[in-house]
Design a protein around this ligand. Structure first.
Ligand SMILES: [Fe+2]
Length: 281
C-alpha cells in the first residue's frame, strides 16, 4: 500500500504562483492507494475557494482521496456544509444537541442561522480495503469555528471511540489538521486528550499539517510503552509565508517492514516546477 500525503493547499489569496496542472501531473505519477490531505484546502473558507480546491482534488487519479478540515476552511457558518459539498462528503459523527460540550460554536443557533445542519464539526471514519487489508482512516476535526487555535471536543473522541470499537480493521491511521505534538504559536490547545486517544486505540500513524513546515517524528512513551509516527507535511501550494516549504510526502509499502518515505520539495519557476526528491528512509 502506498500513501501520498498533501496538506495546506490554500486556494484563495494565499495560494502559490506554481502551475497546478504541472503539480497534478507530478502527483499523478505516484501509485498512491490513498491520498491524505490534512486540511486548509482554502484560505478563507469561501465558496469559490472550496470549489477550486474541490476541482484540484478531483483531478487526482487516486480513488481514495481523503481530506480533513483545517482552521482556514472553518471561518464561516457554512464551513461544514461547503466542506462536504466540495471537498469530502462522508457520513460524519455528530453529537446530540443535549451533549455537554466545551468546544465553542460546536452547535449553531438554529433560530438565528436557520441552517439545516447546525453541528459544525467534521469528524468521520473511513474504511478502505487495499490488497485484502482493511485500512481505517480516522479524521478528527481539531479546529474551532472562527479561531486559529486548535481545540478537540472530548465528547467527539468518545463517540469516535465507540465507532472504532464496533469496526474490524488491520491498520488504523489518524488524520488531523493540527499537530498533536506541536508547539507553534497557534497550537492545538488541548492536545493531551488526542494523545490519550492515540494511545488508547494503539494508533501507530498520525498525519497532520497546519504549520507549513516539515516535521517527521517517532514518539517513544517510556511509561506506557506506546510509540507512534507523527508525520507533519509542509504546504503543498501556499506561498505567502517566509517559511513556507512547498512539498509533499510519499510513503511506499506503508506500514510494512519495507516502508520507505520520500520527501518531494517543489520550487516553482516561470513555466515549470523544479521537483527535488529525497529518500528519508
Ligand atoms: Fe492551518
Amino acid at each position: 500500500m502506498n500513501i501520498l500525503h498533501i496538506s495546506d493547499l490554500h486556494f484563495g489569496p494565499r495560494h502559490w504562483d506554481g502551475d497546478n496542472q504541472l503539480l497534478l501531473k507530478k502527483l499523478n505519477e505516484y501509485a498512491a492507494d490513498i491520498v491524505i490531505n490534512t486540511g486548509d484546502s482554502t484560505t478563507d473558507g469561501l465558496e469559490d475557494e472550496y470549489a477550486e480546491a474541490g476541482r484540484f482534488l478531483s483531478a487526482l487519479k487516486c480513488k481514495n482521496v481523503i481530506s480533513c478540515i483545517g482552521n482556514h476552511d472553518k471561518r464561516n457558518m457554512r464551513s461544514h456544509e461547503l466542506f462536504r459539498k466540495y471537498i469530502y462528503n462522508s457520513e460524519t459523527i455528530c453529537l446530540p444537541e443535549t451533549a455537554i460540550t466545551t468546544k465553542k460554536h460546536l452547535f449553531l443557533n438554529r433560530k438565528i442561522t436557520k441552517v439545516n445542519e447546525n453541528f459544525t464539526d467534521v469528524n468521520f471514519i473511513r474504511s478502505i480495503l487495499i490488497k485484502e487489508q482493511t485500512i481505517l482512516v480516522i479524521s478528527i476535526d481539531s479546529n474551532e469555528l472562527y479561531s486559529d487555535d486548535g481545540y478537540v471536543e472530548r465528547e467527539i473522541l468518545t463517540a469516535v471511540s465507540m465507532e472504532i470499537e464496533k469496526t474490524k480493521y488491520d491498520k488504523m491511521l489518524l488524520m488531523t489538521h493540527y499537530s498533536i505534538l506541536g508547539t507553534d504559536e497557534c497550537p492545538l490547545k488541548n492536545s493531551a486528550c488526542l494523545i490519550d486517544f492515540v494511545q488508547k486505540h494503539n494508533i501507530k500513524y498520525v498525519f497532520c499539517g497546519h504549520t507549513h513546515e516539515l516535521e517527521l517524528m517517532r514518539t517513544n512513551d517510556l511509561y506506557h510503552g506506546h510509540s507512534f509516527y507523527h508525520f507533519m507535511c509542509g504546504t503543498l501550494s501556499s506561498g505567502n509565508h517566509d517559511n513556507d516549504d512547498n512539498m509533499f510526502l510519499y510513503f511506499e509499502n506503508f506500514g510494512s517492514d519495507n516502508m520507505h518515505l520520500y520527501l518531494i520539495r517543489m520550487f516553482p519557476e516561470p513555466d515549470k516546477i523544479h521537483f527535488k526528491e529525497e529518500k528519508v528512509f
